[in-house]
Design a protein around this ligand. Structure first.
Ligand SMILES: Cc1cc2nc3c(=O)[nH]c(=O)nc-3n(C[C@H](O)[C@H](O)[C@H](O)COP(=O)(O)OP(=O)(O)OC[C@H]3O[C@@H](n4cnc5c(N)ncnc54)[C@H](O)[C@@H]3O)c2cc1C
Length: 456
């Protein structure tokens, strides 16, 4: 029989919930985790992993189509979407199997079913009450829509977009944030005509303005259309298509409308309000140690206001387990969490944008190093650059990169930011040639006043 009490009861087995479970188990705590669907949550089944598999298939398609740029005779015969889906599903299935193995190895008890927080320290599933010395709420998020815009048929969210059994010919993407630009990028590589509609003045509006400009330029070159600073007013659909109307009076016809306007907290109907939890716009409020207003009750991941990223959930989950175990972990710096938008080209950043740094410090020094000076980027035929933002006190407080594959470079940028390194600290560190990573080294050389491959 399953135990009904443990040191820790976790509601939700996504990135935040399972990371907390594993770390708690490593620290010798007993853990019960309640999950209504599949452990791994959004990231593994409907988020990070399947989208990146699609983006990789998109890159393969671009390579086939563009072989002649490199003197290779190749052409794109077409997209076998069933083949793409089976490759994507295979990656997810393999990781899911591995994750289930980790649950067993860590001896975490998984209760299958929909849980309800009944406070002060219990979760009820199908009439059984599971009580923990501590409870962690980790129910994640869902794809939001706009008032009056009902999801169904040709109006879809990322959940449906991941499992289409055809390649649309014409798509409108509502929302130019991370999820919107990633799907726009995939569908364009698969041959679709894509238009992004964004109410704010620029694509990826949470990023440094410089990055938005770089991305917009690259998207224009790829034939991805976008309308920024324009509000959506409505959509209608029938058997042949969807018609999307904009505040400007214009209407756009397409096969599909992808609604990518952000994700809301999944906090309704789980007993949170009734138990007396402090909520704001549905998000569970916590202090910097992720403690809610109820003693012994923590919240983690997309449910908590802030960046909705899997690795933030992992780190918060680890933090909570260590806090409960009395290890007094260091508070997580939200600005130090790396952010990557995986479209073509990629946008990767850590720390502050130029505008944020100026607001915080009154002024900021910036430097942009263009990838045109970077050998490996020229070999790959990618453009973009590295932007550094330095505080008047010395350390670099923001790093943003744009270009194909630059997401892989964010690790070093994150260390530089987190260790509060100055340009003089980083400039002497040798970067391998020819790598794209070298562009980061060159940017720091230039900011330290000793530029090497800098034109103009
Ligand atoms: C299309 C897309 C692409 C993304 N790409 C990236 C990316 O590249 N990198 C990145 O870092 N992040 C990405 N994300 C975000 C990432 O998926 C989330 O930040 C992450 O999954 C949040 O983890 P979580 O544990 O808070 O919630 P979730 O992963 O949503 O997990 C919550 C879990 O709780 C369960 N649950 C909910 N209510 C109950 C209940 N009452 N009882 C029992 N179980 C319940 C759910 O079934 C789910 O398994 C992407 C998201 C999307 C949608």
């Amino acid at each position: 029989m399953t135990d009904t009490s443990a040191d820790l009861v976790i509601l939700g087995g996504g990135s935040g919930g399972y990371a907390c479970a594993f770390r708690a188990a490593e620290l010798g705590l007993s853990v019960i985790l309640v999950e209504k669907d599949k452990v791994g949550g959004t990231c593994l089944h409907r988020g990070c992993i399947p989208t990146k598999a699609l983006l990789h298939a998109a890159e393969v398609a671009d390579n086939a189509r563009e072989g002649d740029q490199f003197g290779v005779k190749s052409s794109l015969e077409g997209i076998d979407i069933h083949g793409v889906n089976s490759y994507k599903d295979g990656v997810v299935a393999g990781l899911y199997k591995g994750l289930q193995g980790l649950f067993k190895a860590n001896k975490v008890t998984v209760v299958e079913g929909t849980g309800r927080f009944v406070g002060p320290n219990s979760v009820e599933v199908d009439g059984t009450r599971y009580t923990g010395k501590n409870v962690v709420l980790a129910t994640g998020s869902y794809a939001r829509s706009l008032p009056g815009l009902e999801i169904g048929g040709r109006i879809i969210t990322s959940d449906q977009a991941l499992n289409l059994d055809y390649v649309p010919q014409k798509v409108v993407v509502l929302g130019g944030g991370v999820i919107g630009v990633e799907f726009a990028s995939v569908w364009r590589s698969f041959g679709a005509e894509v238009t992004i509609v964004e109410a704010l003045p620029r694509l990826v509006p949470a990023e440094d303005e410089w990055a938005s400009k770089q991305l917009e330029r690259a998207f224009r070159k790829r034939g991805i259309k976008f309308k920024t600073g324009v509000r959506f007013t409505g959509a209608t659909q029938d058997g042949s298509g969807v018609s999307v109307s904009l505040e400007s009076g214009e209407s756009l016809e397409a096969d599909l409308l992808l609604v990518a306007v952000g994700r809301g907290p999944n906090s309704a109907g789980h007993g949170f309000e009734e138990a007396g939890l402090n909520l704001e716009r549905g998000f569970v409020l916590t202090d910097e140690r992720l403690r809610t207003n109820l003693p012994g009750v923590y919240a983690v991941g997309d449910l908590v206001p802030g960046l909705q990223l899997a690795h933030r959930g992992f780190q918060q989950g680890i933090f909570i387990a260590e806090d409960i175990a009395g290890q007094n972990p260091k508070v997580i710096d939200e600005a130090g969490i790396p952010r990557v938008t995986y479209c073509k080209p990629e946008v990767a950043s850590v720390g502050l944008t130029e505008a944020q740094a100026k607001e915080k410090y009154g002024s900021a020094e910036t430097l942009v190093y263009a990838l045109s000076g970077n050998g490996k980027s020229q070999i790959l035929k990618t453009s973009g650059g590295v932007k550094l933002v330095k505080s008047p006190e010395g350390p670099v407080v923001g790093i943003t990169l744009v270009g194909e594959r630059v997401g892989e470079l964010i690790g070093e940028a994150q260390l530089i930011y987190s260790w509060e390194a100055t340009p003089e600290d980083v400039a002497p560190l040798v970067h391998a040639h020819p790598t794209q990573n070298e562009s980061l080294g060159e940017a720091f050389l230039a900011l330290a006043g000793k530029p090497l491959h800098v034109h103009g």
